[in-house]
Design a protein around this ligand. Structure first.
Ligand code: CAA
Length: 346
């Protein structure tokens, strides 16, 4: 997968001045980019074509100024976790957990840089999460890092020499929001540092569990910048204005215990038990109706984006909607018949 992401980036970079994403397909198998001018087209000649393991590249348009780059790896879902595939992730380890193999464990794996969230890592993470999101066998995701660091933020070395024009032009950090759009619940299991983008990444998840030694912070102010992946927006919603201001304006870090007290994390565990506890919760979530879990997640997230009256109206409609589902009938029937429900996701 990382090889795919890398190759894709290389192909786009070599295509020259990519200016607009034209089509956003339902499933990321085909992406079309319009080129302002065609500077070179080696991607599309036959010799070059053979070099790509996972892509088909062609030049289109009357003026040959559109590059069609097609992701070409139809069996990706099945192959997500097999050993051969595992080696292909550059920055992630992916495993399936739970008695019923219905929990995906995704581990950030860039130890030398404390899991700093470089562009390649975030692209790989988005792609893997989107793939898992479409896998019917998986009901919940656990996202974790190492014992030392969940993630120490966006990659400072990568950003150091960027100009305003470059970050605006490239839509720097735009692809990070893909994590917040995943429909399946994600539990962040945070050991060690969750700083800057690392703290923001954990807040994009649905539940945060922390190891006893975890530390959260938004230290961007120390670098002469501000949080850019939701820190100034999600943090005050989760912990209130005063604490969020204090963290964002001082760059001070808070420990797991305090993060728990202020409601940023919902539980703290000894570091070596953290992932097991997260997987246990994930298994419980995965045992419920997939479709109802998805709706419940959407309803709770709506609370952060709307007024109380609108939110209540939305919730009521979603509640009514569950009455169109077999799983709602099954859940209530199982209760009345004093047995366990057998959910089908319909
Ligand atoms: N980017 C790139 N590299 C990083 C990094 C980051 N965010 N954080 C740590 N690293 C690298 C260090 O450069 C170092 O690499 P070398 O060994 O090659 O020098 C390695 O990881 C280990 O780091 P330290 O030696 O600094 O380890 P430490 O234990 O002394 O300190 C730390 C740990 C407190 C986390 C410290 O590394 C630190 O302060 N990191 C930066 C945290 C930060 O400012 N994050 C915000 C980034 S900006 C952002 O995220 C914007 C946004 O909103 C998206």
């Amino acid at each position: 997968m990382s090889f795919l992401a890398k190759t894709f980036s290389q192909v786009i970079a070599r295509a020259g001045t990519t200016t607009a994403l034209l089509s956003k397909p339902r499933y990321p198998t085909s992406l079309t980019y319009r080129l302002a001018s065609r500077q070179s087209s080696p991607q599309s000649d036959n010799k070059e074509q053979k070099k790509y393991e996972y892509l088909l590249v062609d030049i289109k348009g009357k003026n040959s100024n559109v590059a069609l780059v097609q992701l070409n790896r139809p069996k990706a879902l099945n192959a997500l976790c097999d050993n051969k595939e595992q080696k292909k992730y550059e920055y992630l380890l992916v495993d399936i957990k739970g008695k019923n193999s219905n929990v995906a464990l995704v581990q950030l794996n860039r130890p030398k840089a404390l899991n700093a969230l470089c562009d390649g890592l975030m692209r790989e993470l988005s792609t893997v999460l989107q793939t898992i999101d479409k896998d019917d066998k998986i009901g919940c995701i656990v996202l974790t890092g190492s014992t030392r660091a969940f993630a120490a933020g966006a990659d400072i070395r990568e950003m150091q020499n960027n100009t305003l024009a470059q970050v605006v032009g490239a839509g720097f950090l735009d692809q990070w929001s893909a994590v917040a759009k995943i429909k399946k619940p994600i539990i962040a299991a945070v050991n060690g540092f969750a700083l800057g983008g690392g703290c923001e990444l954990s807040m994009m998840c649905d539940i945060i569990y922390a190891g006893e030694e975890a530390e959260f912070g938004q230290p961007e102010i120390i670098l002469g910048t501000i949080p850019g992946a939701g820190g100034t927006q999600r943090l005050p919603r989760y912990v209130g204005k005063s604490k969020a201001m204090e963290m964002v304006l001082t760059g001070n870090r808070i420990k797991a215990k305090e993060a728990h007290q202020i409601g940023l994390v919902s539980a703290v565990y000894p570091a070596n038990q953290l992932i097991d506890e997260a997987v246990k919760t994930a298994e419980k979530i995965a045992s419920h109706s997939r479709i109802v879990v998805q709706l419940a997640k959407e309803a709770v997230n709506t609370a952060f984006e709307t007024t109380l009256a609108e939110g209540n109206r939305f919730e009521k409609r979603i509640f009514h909607t569950t009455f169109g589902l077999d799983d709602r009938k099954e859940g209530m029937t199982a209760f009345v018949e004093k047995r366990k429900p057998n959910f089908t996701g319909q």
